[in-house]
Design a protein around this ligand. Structure first.
Ligand code: 5GP
Ligand code: ZN
Length: 117
């Protein structure tokens, strides 16, 4: 939880240096609404610790990942997404990842299409 990158946008949001509309926080994880929502509910769940993306996770991060998914579940419940929702993690340029700090998009409140673009 101590490793943070002072230049990283999401590290700064996690630290409260940049304001966000927070919907979840615990010791390991923060959840906040996406500034450019793509669905009625669009929340980003991030570890407080700087991890560049899911490709950089190791076996030691099992607990952190469990915390992320617990937070996602809690946010989905709080948002009333009983009909379902989508969790997306972009990894690298081909995926369209724009912020190099691991984040899970939680999208819900509308019918999703498949395959994604
Ligand atoms: P990516 O494209 O890396 O998977 O997702 C990055 C997401 O972060 C985008 O959906 C974008 O709208 C969101 N985002 C970028 N800058 C900010 C910000 O300053 N505040 C918030 N709340 N969301 C941001
Ligand atoms: Zn970061």
């Amino acid at each position: 939880m101590s490793e943070r990158d002072p230049e990283c946008l999401f590290c700064r949001i996690a630290a409260g240096e940049i304001p966000s509309d927070r919907v979840h926080e615990d010791d390991d994880v923060v959840g906040f609404r996406d500034v450019a929502p793509r669905a009625p509910t669009h929340v980003l769940v991030i570890p407080r610790r700087h991890v560049s993306d899911a490709q950089a996770l190791t076996d030691d991060d099992a607990g952190l990942l469990a915390s992320c998914f617990a937070a996602l579940r809690q946010v989905a419940d709080a948002e009333g997404l009983s009909r379902g929702y989508r969790i997306v993690a972009n990894i690298g340029p081909d995926s369209g990842q724009t912020v190099p700090h691991l984040h899970f998009h939680l999208l819900g409140g509308r019918q999703m299409s498949w395959p994604p673009g």
